[in-house]
Design a binder for this molecule. Structure first.
Ligand code: 5GP
Length: 122
């Protein structure tokens, strides 16, 4: 991971309202919106409003209030998407080996149908 948070990453621009998103849920610590290139029938992203590059950066540096609030926001997003009954998958990529594209911490929520194998190395 780079040393410093890049304030020009795409999710920072979405948080500043410079780029539109299809919002699903928002509160004081987090924003959830549809992924622009869905990999499942339902594919959403939840991001914290603070400047954190990845899961590790977030859990190491964010306050307990932010960490707790963020995961509650993930649950609220799942409820808004009505995914609990059918099931869903949460995923977060950190760094090069995981193929993280956007250097602002995010959790993917995937559901809306059978998701297949958990990990593809292709
Ligand atoms: P990563 O590979 O970093 O875990 O996932 C980044 C995700 O962000 C990808 O699934 C990609 O489709 C999504 N994404 C990239 N740019 C945009 C954008 O401008 N808007 C939205 N809604 N999603 C984006």
């Amino acid at each position: 991971m780079p040393q410093a948070y890049d304030p020009n990453n795409i999710f920072a621009k979405i948080l500043r309202g410079e780029i539109p998103c299809k919002k699903i849920y928002e509160d004081e610590v987090a924003l959830c919106f549809h992924d622009v290139a869905p990999q499942a029938p339902v594919h959403a992203l939840v991001i914290p409003k603070g400047e954190y590059q990845s899961f590790s950066d977030f859990t190491l540096k964010a306050s307990s209030k932010e960490v707790c609030g963020f995961f509650q926001a993930v649950q609220r997003s799942i409820e808004a998407l009505k995914l609990e009954a059918g099931g869903y998958r949460l995923l977060s990529n950190h760094g090069e080996h995981a193929g993280q594209e956007v250097p602002h911490f995010h959790v993917h929520i995937c559901g809306g149908g059978h998701l297949g194998k958990m990990i593809s190395r292709s």
